[in-house]
Design a protein. Structure first.
Length: 372
């Protein structure tokens, strides 16, 4: 293999694929990136056996071929080369090493054969549809913070993506929950998503996807089956296994009878929660909200360091209520809201609270209260 390409193109593509590779691997081939030069492109592929990312970039291919080299090492070398330089990748005759040459710099890397590299993308997909990148980004951004990190409840370690009929319309809905909070977002279902299986997209895949859907002009092609999902975003193809489990019936958690309505300025509320929670301990980040006519009093008591109180104006005319929440969870939800105001629908101190975004009716959040 002998190929020459712009450093910027090589670095951009390596940046997308090398992140999938775990730093520590017991299987040597999984530390490597597969490089395949053919026609006028260099294709790069990396995998951790659950997730695979492929990207093709324009290149001058003098001799086609394929090999695998350590992904993080190659990325670090290319990252440190000067801007605007050209990079030549060339394998030796026996295929055991690959030289990386740019200007006066030359590196030799150990190769492993292409035949050892695992193939994840085989298999057929039952459904295919297209989404605008901002629509997919919205579904992910508004829910990913609520993904559980508890490995024992593995079926909560991702975003549940499914088609759901709402008000006579088919909606594409994303849901995440960790048992303490729930986030739900939806958009009108695109053509092709009818009858799709409900799938749980793993946390690592969600994280990679977030970084790839930053171009608002791109259409994302989504293909899925019961076990895999594939996203084609421009020149990048991301294929992932799905979490093999059943997502709980989240509809039962969403309260419908909450009749105490609190409307509060989102930014003032987030800033006040942030200030009073400074005094809370890491272990118990509880903030108490005393809600009465036209005002919310936020209180934090920490036996080890003191207490904090702050009052903010609010629109509330129901019976007074005192309720506690995890301060970090409140800040996470406030950070996702797009409107000027946040709307809380409350029942009592022990029941889940519903939080709506006044700027987006298709998004909702549920928070479980804490004892304070």
């Amino acid at each position: 293999m002998r190929v020459t390409l712009e450093r910027s193109n090589l670095l951009k593509s390596l940046n997308h694929v090398h992140r999938v590779v775990e730093r520590r691997n017991t299987i040597p081939i999984l530390s490597n990136v597969l490089l395949k030069a053919e026609g006028a492109v260099l294709e790069m592929k990396a995998t951790d056996l659950d997730l695979e990312v492929t990207e093709a970039t324009p290149a001058q291919v003098e001799q086609s071929g394929a090999t695998t080299v350590p992904a993080h090492l190659l990325y670090d070398i290319v990252r440190k080369l000067p801007d605007g330089s050209e990079v030549m990748l060339r394998t030796d005759a026996d295929g055991h090493t690959m030289s990386v040459t740019s200007g006066r710099s030359s590196f030799k890397l150990q190769c492993l054969p292409q035949s050892d590299f695992p193939e994840l993308s085989a298999g057929s997909f039952s459904h295919i549809f297209r989404l605008d990148a901002p629509a997919l980004k919205g579904l992910i951004d508004k829910t990913q913070f609520a993904i559980s990190t508890e490995e024992t409840r593995y079926y909560l370690n991702g975003i549940f993506l499914h088609a759901h009929e709402s008000g006579g319309k088919l909606m594409l809905r994303s849901v995440a929950t960790d048992g303490h909070r729930l986030a739900r977002a939806e958009i009108e279902a695109p053509a092709g998503s009818e009858g799709m299986p409900g799938v749980i997209i793993p946390r690592k895949t969600v994280s990679e996807l977030q970084k790839l859907v930053d171009n608002p002009d791109i259409k994302v092609v989504v293909e899925l089956s019961d076990t895999k999902i594939r996203f084609t975003i421009g020149s990048v193809v991301l294929t992932s296994k799905l979490i093999d489990g059943t997502f709980p019936d989240y509809q039962r958690v969403i309260p419908s009878g909450n009749d105490k309505r609190l409307i509060i300025d989102r930014q003032s509320f987030a800033a006040a929660v942030d200030r009073v929670s400074t005094i809370s301990s890491e272990r118990g980040r509880a903030v108490k909200l005393a809600i009465a006519d036209g005002q919310v009093t936020l209180t934090v008591n920490n036996p080890d360091s003191g207490s904090a109180v702050e009052e903010i104006a609010a629109d509330y005319d129901a019976d007074p209520i005192e309720i506690g929440f995890n301060a970090r969870y409140l800040l996470d939800v406030a950070g996702q809201l797009g409107g000027t105001n946040a709307q809380f629908m409350l029942a009592d101190a022990g029941s889940p609270t519903l939080i709506n975004d006044t700027a987006d009716e298709q998004t909702l959040y549920v928070l479980m209260p804490m004892r304070v």
